[in-house]
Design a protein around this ligand. Structure first.
Ligand SMILES: [Fe+2]
Length: 489
């Protein structure tokens, strides 16, 4: 049992702070709204301003970008072969009790692959109970909205809350955040304490083929090229130096905005990792996650792909020749279009074999290894990932989505609004509007949260004053102080 903390925060001060950080309420929706393909959106040409953006990006650095592209294609071919040979074994795995001690040894591979499976973060029996309790919550609240009966518009069920503030979960997240580094030591970000992000949950039944979410990246799409979005994060790639790009440098991401269009699937918080906690046993092909385990290369390819086109089209020559660098031409002048392959404003970035052929997705999207209840799977916020097209297992594949979020001013502002959403029983501001769970029975209260969360859990949820670690830089200490002000603590 987690000891009950002494609270310094009054509900009134929480409400005062939250009222100063309001967000526009979105319309009702589901996870389908997050992706153009799931929401039935037709492919429309991007407006001309994206063509102008592309022209500005390459201006004066055309040769470097072409040369960088050629080096990337050469590397990709060898790396894709390795992934296809190794399959799920290429994904690093570690037991929670060894995470802290083993992290230095596995960090290089983890950083290259972008994904890790951490076994036994939550005791198995406890994680199994989470699912049973979620099912009960759904049963007693039959009006719960859902997508195809499996992605539930639930953010505040007690199991979700318990999992998010479980000391092991917060400990795992703290360890994972240490993988990130600061190129600028003064960056206003703290990785010594995670903030909670309230996402949905999935209970996928055997045989399901409806929730077939193909390869995609979360966290926006066109924003990756836009200077006022996340363009600065990928500066080295767009300058023609993809090898110098560090996916694990937080400094450029502090001020990045991956939500310029406020789509229903947008994420306003900076998530270092997306992740889920398994509540069931799931092997490959049993409705589980697939990832393209080559983080830096795939990100570089995503960013550079819109500047090249094939000379001879797909299917007109053998695949090897089609993929060869000599068949890909830099686009300039009248050749260039506004297209940012797979990116549409307000939606996640989607990938196809046709639009992104050098990623060889048909053989490089690998399943994560078998998971059991209580295992925590995380993947870098830029990792390309997908869901099994068909769930071929015999029991449900069920997860609680729980990302890893550091402390930044932007994240603190979101946390302040989200905290009020918890009290009201409505979805966080990134998600669809409506009454949410406000009228659900058995929805946990603040008192219930206080009954299960320790001091770190209450900090993560915005109900207790954040405290900088002794090892924190001046930038981390400053942002901790700012966050406390934002949160009214
Ligand atoms: Fe996703």
């Amino acid at each position: 049992m987690v000891p009950r903390p002494v609270l310094s925060t009054s509900l009134a001060s929480v409400r005062r702070a939250s009222s100063t950080t309001k967000a526009a309420v979105k319309k009702e929706g589901s996870i389908a709204d997050a992706f153009n393909s799931l929401s039935g959106g037709n492919k429309k040409d991007l407006p001309p301003r994206f063509l102008h953006l592309k022209q500005q990006i390459v201006h004066g650095r055309e040769d470097r970008i072409v040369s960088s592209w050629h080096r990337l294609l050469e590397d990709l071919r060898a790396e894709c072969d390795l992934i296809a040979r190794k399959g799920p074994k290429i994904i690093p795995e570690v037991d929670f009790q060894d995470l802290e001690s083993d992290l230095p040894a596995i960090s290089a591979e983890l950083k290259k692959r972008g994904t890790v499976v951490i076994h036994n973060v939550i005791p198995e029996a406890e994680a199994r109970q989470y699912k049973e309790d979620v099912e009960t919550y759904i049963r007693v609240n039959p009006n719960t909205r859902n997508f195809e009966g499996q992605i539930f518009e639930l953010y505040w069920s007690f199991p979700q809350l318990k999992a998010r503030v479980h000391p092991n979960m917060l400990s795992a997240q703290s360890s994972l955040m240490k993988l990130w580094t600061k190129s600028n030591p003064g960056s206003p970000i703290s990785t010594s304490q995670p903030l909670m992000y309230a996402d949905r949950l999935r209970i996928r039944q055997p045989g399901d083929a409806k929730f077939a979410l193909g390869p995609h990246q979360d966290g926006g799409s066109v924003e990756r090229w836009e200077p006022e979005g996340c363009g600065g994060v990928y500066g080295e790639i767009l300058k023609g130096n993809w090898e110098k790009y560090d996916p694990w440098d937080v400094s450029a991401r502090v001020d990045a905005n991956s939500n310029l269009y406020d789509g229903l699937g947008a994420c306003s918080m900076f998530r270092m990792f997306q992740g889920w906690l398994s509540m069931s046993t799931a092997s490959p092909y049993e409705g589980t996650l697939l990832v393209q385990p080559l983080l830096k290369h795939t990100t570089a390819y995503t960013l550079l792909r819109p500047f090249f086109r094939p000379v001879v089209g797909y299917g007109e020559i053998p695949t090897d020749q089609y993929l060869d660098a000599s068949n890909w031409q830099f686009t300039s002048g009248s050749d260039m279009t506004s297209e940012l392959h797979g990116a549409t404003p307000g939606h996640g970035q989607e990938f196809t074999e046709f639009q992104h052929p050098h990623l060889e997705l048909n053989r490089t999207m690998v399943h994560v290894p078998k998971v059991r209840p209580g295992d925590y799977v995380v993947w870098h916020c830029d990792s390309i990932h997908a869901v099994d097209k068909t769930h071929k297992g015999t029991s449900d594949s069920s997860v609680l989505y729980i990302p890893v979020c550091p402390l930044t001013e932007r994240n603190a502002k979101y946390a302040a609004i989200q905290r009020q959403a918890f009290l009201d029983g409505t979805p966080g501001p990134d998600f669809s509007g409506g009454i949410g769970e406000s009228q659900h029975i058995q929805r946990p209260s603040l008192q219930d949260l206080r009954g299960v969360a320790d001091i770190d859990g209450l900090r993560a949820t915005g109900f207790e004053k954040l405290v900088a670690a002794n090892s924190d830089t001046a930038g981390s200490q400053d942002v901790t102080s700012i966050a406390n002000t934002v949160l009214g603590l």
